[in-house]
Design a protein around this ligand. Structure first.
Ligand SMILES: *[C@@H]1O[C@H](CO)[C@@H](O)[C@H](O)[C@H]1NC(C)=O
Ligand SMILES: *[C@@H]1O[C@H](CO)[C@@H](O)[C@H](O)[C@H]1NC(C)=O
Ligand SMILES: *[C@@H]1O[C@H](CO)[C@@H](O)[C@H](O)[C@H]1NC(C)=O
Length: 799
């Protein structure tokens, strides 16, 4: 467009020169943008034309096609601005810029060329096409990086044209302009300092272009630089070390701590994930990949590991990492019982072990910590043992006082060990300890003394009874043997009386006993155990022999002979109840067996006599009359009270007469062998004298002996002569009681050995004693015959 206009102006100029007569040429120079009606030039004056001529010539301006910026004021002969002229619109950047116009006059036809040069006025600011430009630059961009900027345009020319650029702020970039061959300027922004998105993500710059006019005009453009992120920041843990603690009994999933790391980068470069190595102790824990929460994954055991250290890696998606430590302390829980380990142990201890003897050694372990692992051991109170803590965790069980197997043969000692945890845990073990025996107990008889009875005439070898001793010890120490202790009974070793079975303690009679010889005896039995050395004790055993009715009564008076005859005289004038005689009998048995009763067995005619049942007195029971025979023969049966009873009979001859010759006539048959009887009478008298002497002597001796040996006196009365029988009053008195069992109304007094002494002792208490000799029947028979001889001189009546 501009080219075409130029061409037209040029053509116009040529036509003025060639087609008409050119009278003059005027140039004006005006600034652009003059207000409408402003004066351009006084054309009339400048061309030398008269106003009238202008009018007459109908002067007008010829501009061709171009717009009419200029008008001709014919009145004043001046050129005025008809329309505002914009140089830039008219000429662009072409300089100089001129308007060419012709003033044409008619009558005559004349034309004048007028050139109006338009001078530039700084009426245009530099202008950027866009008010804002956006760029993205990676923060990793190197310094020196160039960014070509859009140029500004200033339509003004020359000095009013674009002059320079400036960029603000200029922290990171500087502006560089480059002159181009076309005269233009290339504007570049050069990075001179590295960008950091993390510091400034968006950079706002203002590019200002200024022209050279006066006043200076400018145009600006906003440059927005977005700094693109680069993974230039590694994650950073907020703490280098995280500390956490966990109870030993914590369950899976317990949150321990949270690891946080920060990455200044953006997006994936700033997204941190957390990782732990999947090996070693770290297996026990898991970490939230995104949130960094550390949780327990398995169970921890304080006793195995007290501390854990895990390395957590914080990683961004660009591969930058940081690592931090998590230290986890396991807090102990009292989850372990103390364990008791027996180090050495005695199963059995002797009962004579001294106090302080070590029975068992043990070691106590509790893997817990502090109080949870502090253990105390104890045992029951009431046993003779104590626990001693020898050194750390070592205990010994020792005896505390004396032991006695017989009191407690076995102990179950329960050792309880408990720790100091809350709640406390404990464990216990039971030790069985046997107390072994020591022979410390002698056998003990069941009774302090024994008494046993045996009926006389026993068979030898009869077991009498059993002694029993117990021994509190054990086994061999308690095996009791019974031993008969040596002693003598009546000068005979006791072993000839009894024997003791060593094993069973059964006492056997060795011989047959005779109550009439020995009534009781005693001996000692020793019980001895099998210990080493053995212990023993002894006991007194008293054997009492019980009477058997093995002796028949013996009649002492009247003395019986088969041939001779003794008769009692009863005067015919005798009153009723006249005591004829008294039958005296003894029984060497005792008690009932010696309790005698008397009965008449055969009574002639009408009964003239009776015999006292108990006393054996024969008395008349009626007056004697003439019919009664002179010669009466009574048979008295003496019977003891034994079971079965034994008896003896005695014949008593009674002569009922007033005079001795009468009797003699009845008893003539009694006389014979007179010389013999004379001799016998002499001996009898002699014997009586000797006996009387001995009797008195013995009486003196026994009184003196009795002072010393009251109880022991056992007197054997061994006599060759009968003693006048004496009937003891007590004998009859006891009848009423019926119990004579232990009341011995008489004793047989004899020395222990009849062969050694003939001495007869009559005891001072002899009013209760009947002295007799059961074995002297022969003597008595002899005596009876002597009596017969004595009687003989009185008996010729019979002849
Ligand atoms: C762990 O032990 C403590 C103390 O003994 C107790 O209070 C707590 O209840 C226990 N926790 C579990 C999960 O058993
Ligand atoms: C000791 O324990 C054993 C076995 O449990 C038992 O047979 C015995 O009677 C106990 N002894 C004592 C003295 O308690
Ligand atoms: C019998 O035992 C008593 C104590 O009971 C004792 O004094 C005595 O010496 C013992 N006798 C013998 C022979 O052992």
């Amino acid at each position: 467009m501009s080219d075409r206009t130029m061409t037209r102006q040029v053509l116009l100029f040529i036509s003025v020169l060639s087609l008409s007569s050119v009278h003059g040429q005027v140039s004006y120079s005006i600034p652009e943008e003059m207000a409408k009606g402003s004066l351009v030039g006084n054309i009339a004056q400048d061309l030398g034309l008269d106003i009238k001529r202008l009018k007459s010539g109908k002067a007008h301006i010829y501009t061709g096609d171009s717009a009419e910026y200029i008008e001709l004021n014919k009145e004043r002969g001046v050129l005025l601005i008809k329309e505002r002229i914009d140089r830039e619109a008219l000429c662009r950047q072409t300089t100089p810029c001129a308007l060419h116009l012709q003033i044409i006059l008619e009558n005559p036809m004349e034309f004048y060329s007028i050139t109006i040069e338009l001078t530039d006025v700084n009426d245009n600011s530099p202008i950027f096409e866009k008010s804002e430009m956006k760029y993205e630059i990676g923060e990793s961009a190197l310094t020196g990086t160039r960014i070509v900027l859009e140029r500004a345009i200033d339509d003004d020319v020359g000095v009013n044209g674009l002059h320079s650029y400036s960029l603000k702020p200029s922290d990171n970039f500087i502006l560089k302009t480059q002159h181009l061959p076309d005269g233009g300027k290339n504007v570049e922004m050069v990075l001179q300092k590295a960008l950091d998105r993390e510091k400034q993500e968006h950079i706002y710059l203002t590019l200002t272009a200024v022209d050279g006019g006066e006043p200076q005009l400018s145009g600006t453009m906003q440059i927005i630089i977005t700094v693109l992120d680069a993974n230039d920041n590694a994650p950073v843990c907020s703490q280098a070390v995280y500390k956490a603690s966990v109870l030993e009994n914590a369950t899976k999933g317990t949150v321990l701590t949270t690891v946080t790391a920060f990455d200044a980068d953006q997006g994936s470069y700033g997204t941190v994930t957390y990782h732990v190595p999947k090996s070693g102790a770290a297996q026990l824990f898991e970490i939230g990949k995104e949130d960094g929460v550390v949780k327990l994954n398995l169970n921890v055991d304080y006793e195995r590991t007290k501390h854990y250290q895990i390395d957590v890696q914080a990683r961004d998606q660009g591969g930058n990492t940081d690592s931090c430590k998590v230290i986890i302390d396991v807090i102990d829980i009292n989850d372990n019982k103390p364990s008791i380990n027996i180090m050495s142990k005695t199963n059995s201890i002797s009962e004579d072990a001294k106090p302080g003897t070590v029975v068992t050694m043990m070691n106590i372990q509790d893997p817990d910590s502090d109080g949870n692992g502090k253990v105390h051991c104890s045992i029951e109170d009431n046993i003779p043992f104590v626990m001693r803590s020898t050194s750390n965790n070592f205990y010994s069980l020792v005896t505390d006082s004396d032991l006695d197997r017989e009191r407690d043969s076995e102990y179950n000692i329960s050792v309880t060990c408990s720790d100091e945890g809350v709640p406390s845990l404990s464990s216990s073990v039971t030790l069985t300890l046997h107390i072994s025996d020591v022979n410390d107990n002698a056998p003990v008889f069941e009774r302090s003394s024994y008494e046993a009875y045996i009926i006389e005439n026993n068979t030898p070898g009869l077991s009498i009874f059993t002694v029993k001793a117990r021994d509190a010890d054990w086994n061999q120490n308690a095996r009791v043997s019974y031993i008969l202790e040596d002693s003598s009974v009546n000068g005979v070793p006791v072993s000839s009386y009894v024997s003791v079975s060593a094993d069973s303690g059964v006492i056997h009679a060795v011989r047959s006993f005779d109550y009439e010889q020995i009534k009781d005896f005693q001996f000692r039995v020793k019980a001895q155990d099998g210990g080493s050395p053995p212990l023993s004790s002894n006991v007194t055993v008293k054997i009492m022999i019980q009477d058997q009715n093995d002796n028949a009564p013996q009649v002492l008076y009247p003395v019986q002979t088969s041939s001779s005859l003794v008769a009692e005289m009863v005067p015919r004038s005798a009153d009723v109840g006249y005591l004829v005689t008294k039958v005296v009998a003894v029984d060497v048995d005792s008690g009932q067996n010696a309790w005698l009763s008397y009965k008449l067995q055969k009574v002639t005619d009408r009964a003239l006599f009776e015999v006292g049942l108990q006393n054996g007195e024969i008395r008349t029971i009626r007056q004697v009359n003439d019919k009664d025979a002179v010669k009466q023969r009574l048979t008295v049966v003496v019977e003891d009270n034994g079971q079965p009873s034994r008896s003896a009979t005695v014949n008593v001859n009674v002569a009922v007469a007033d005079s001795f010759p009468e009797v003699l006539s009845e008893f003539t048959d009694f006389t014979h062998d007179k010389e013999y009887n004379d001799n016998l009478t002499f001996y009898l008298v002699l014997a009586l004298a000797v006996v009387s002497f001995l009797f008195i002597t013995c009486l003196v001796v026994i009184i003196s002996v009795k002072i010393y040996r009251w109880r022991q006196s056992r007197i054997l009365y061994h006599s060759n002569l009968p003693v006048i029988p004496y009937y003891p009053p007590r004998y009859a008195d006891t009848l009423g009681t019926g119990t004579l069992q232990h009341v011995y109304n008489y004793e047989v007094c004899r020395t222990t050995d009849s062969r050694k002494s003939d001495c007869q002792f009559a005891r001072p208490c002899s009013q209760n004693v009947l002295i007799m000799d059961p074995s002297s029947t022969g003597t008595m028979q002899r005596m009876q015959s002597e009596k017969n001889i004595l009687d003989e001189p009185d008996s010729p009546i019979e002849h």
